[in-house]
Design a protein. Structure first.
Length: 274
């Protein structure tokens, strides 16, 4: 059995199919770990959802910010944005089946010494604490009251974790850290506007994975979300968003030996709106 972790797909169905063919993916024996953002901006988000869902237990996906955006739009708690390519899902005959499946996915997956997450972990969180907090959001998304959460999900405040937080503010901070964070201060105060290259990080901030004393540093965190960062393979952090959506490759890594597998982006997959 092999475990392959795959970067942000964002509707690039052609490349995902080619990747599965290239690694000779065996649904009965292998595992596919997906860092989230299955959908949006790319050409065929509907086909991606259907394919990943069809893999059953062979695929483990964590939710990304674009996946949550789809759920919010579908529930009427957000609107479509310029460049979104979600309409095909919203009018699909199996829309409700796919959306229900999506909101039952995880925000964090821990297995052995590996942690799978879309964006990152706050430096003050241990892996165990992050898993417990992720479960709070997961349980809410899977509940009958999930629309109430989606209605209060957006916002940049509070921008730091506090154990005294309750209600939607608590869930928002957890969600923002796991699905939106790229940089933070050494004390874990997040900043959400920055999306650029690592050398342009504003003063006072660092990549979340470079914070001194990060409490999850003994584990290897596999994540995506930061296409301007690109591929990064460190002993305790693996970044896999290589921007297939923007013309870069779709990247996978075999976790056992860290062998990289990449599929070139097809012209038809490049986002039409920047």
């Amino acid at each position: 059995m092999a475990i392959y972790a795959v970067g942000d797909i964002q509707g690039c169905h052609t490349e995902l199919v080619q990747l599965l063919e290239k690694i000779n993916f065996d649904q009965a024996a292998d595992k596919l770990w997906l860092v989230g953002d299955l959908v949006n901006r790319g050409p065929d988000s509907l086909a991606v959802l259907r394919l990943v869902k069809s893999l059953g237990d062979a695929a483990i996906t964590v939710l990304g910010n674009h996946d949550l955006h789809l759920l919010a739009v579908a529930s009427g708690e957000d609107r479509l944005h310029r460049g979104d390519t979600l309409d095909e899902i919203l009018v699909a005959s199996d829309r409700e089946e796919l959306l229900t499946w999506l909101r039952h996915q995880r925000l964090l997956h821990v297995e052995g010494n590996f942690v799978l997450v879309h964006a990152g972990l706050l430096p003050g969180w241990t892996v165990e604490q992050a898993a417990r907090l992720a479960h709070e959001v997961e349980a809410t998304l899977r509940s009958d009251n999930y629309v109430d959460f989606l209605a209060h999900m957006y916002g940049n405040q509070p921008d730091a974790w506090d154990t005294d937080l309750t209600g939607f503010k608590r869930l928002r901070v957890i969600t923002n850290a796991l699905t939106r964070m790229r940089i933070c201060t050494d004390k874990g105060r997040m900043e959400f506007d920055f999306k650029a290259e690592i050398q342009n990080i504003p003063e006072g901030y660092r990549p979340w994975f470079d914070i001194p004393g990060r409490k999850s540093a003994e584990a290897t965190v596999v994540f995506g979300h930061w296409s301007a960062l690109g591929l990064m393979v460190k002993p305790n952090a693996i970044a896999l968003d290589t921007g297939c959506l923007w013309g870069g490759p779709l990247t996978a890594i075999r976790l056992a030996d860290r062998q990289l597998i990449q599929i070139a982006c097809t012209d038809s997959s490049v986002a039409k709106h920047w």
